[in-house]
Write a protein that binds this ligand. Structure first.
Ligand code: PEP
Length: 281
């Protein structure tokens, strides 16, 4: 994946009609965790109304507390994929936590006639789950969104991307999502979007930012702008190629990470802000 490896030079890839490269930008606004069909419907309708063809939808949720909601798993896949197809969503970023989830997703998509596509997300807790990386790397059907490990060096996270490529799957987007520092001060994680150009310099992977999991709240600056929006602007101006961001029609009812979700009525302005920042490139 690296610029230092002539034999694996990449310039991005196209998946299900969507281009991923270091020269363009895709927004994946969506639910941190799939909860009820009504919320998925509202979200996808809003995306369609705003010309969006990508989203994020968490079905398999890695949780710190074993008693917290773990996601609906494969049970929600049929209706999530059907709704995606209905609203013209071409790519869903969906985290998997076990290699068996690849087959669950594939079987469901096949059965439905592939109404949408899936980008397999490796979460920050699994960045060094080498057996999972190897399993994902062995398949070429689905591209991968690899989160940076929140407590390891950048180089170690880039090596995780090499695990995917060395097994044969080089369709990888690398995601910055903040680093752990002293418990939640002041953001949930230390925003690391200054590393967008660094990763672009060191590799040919498109770089994603996840302002929601970096900031982790709806805190706002004295100018009234949400920290999530400031962080997004910083990342996009720095050259991010993808934005993974949590929205929810009713954050108070969200089963995971409601406090950091943006509201549906904020979507148009959020997308416009991103467009303006992207225009500075
Ligand atoms: C997520 O994107 O849903 C998530 C859990 O992110 P991370 O792995 O970065 O914590």
């Amino acid at each position: 994946l690296g610029r230092h490896r002539d034999d694996r030079r990449l310039s991005g890839f196209t998946y299900n009609g969507v281009e991923f490269s270091q020269d363009n930008l895709n927004v994946f606004a969506g639910l941190c965790a799939v909860d009820v069909p009504e919320h998925v419907e509202i979200l996808m309708q809003a995306l369609e109304d705003n010309g969006q063809v990508c989203t994020r939808m968490g079905a398999y949720k890695p949780r710190t507390n074993p008693y917290s909601f773990q996601g609906h798993g494969k049970g929600c896949l049929p209706w999530v994929f059907e709704k995606a197809g209905k609203h013209g969503i071409k790519v869903i970023a969906m985290e998997i936590t076990h290699e068996s989830h690849i087959e669950e997703i594939d079987t469901c998509l096949e059965k439905l006639g592939r109404p949408t596509g899936v980008m397999l997300q490796v979460g920050t807790r699994n960045t060094q789950n080498f057996e999972l990386l190897k399993a994902i790397g062995r398949q070429n059907t689905y591209p991968v969104l690899l989160k940076r490990g929140f407590g390891i060096t950048l180089n170690e996270s880039l090596n995780a991307a090499e695990y995917l490529a060395s097994e044969g799957n080089a369709h990888v987007v690398f995601c910055l999502r903040g680093m752990k520092t002293e418990a939640g001060q002041p953001h949930r994680n230390m925003v690391d979007f200054a590393h967008v150009p660094t990763v672009k310099r060191l590799t040919r992977m498109p770089v994603c930012i996840d302002p929601s999991h970096s900031v982790g709240s709806r805190d706002q600056a004295p100018d009234g702008i949400l920290d999530v929006m400031h962080a997004t602007a910083q990342g996009v101006i720095a050259g991010a190629n993808m934005v993974l961001v949590d929205f929810h029609p009713k954050p108070e009812k969200a089963l995971v990470d409601g406090p950091q979700a943006l509201l549906m009525h904020e979507l148009p302005a959020y997308l416009e802000d991103i467009r303006l920042c992207h225009d500075t490139w």
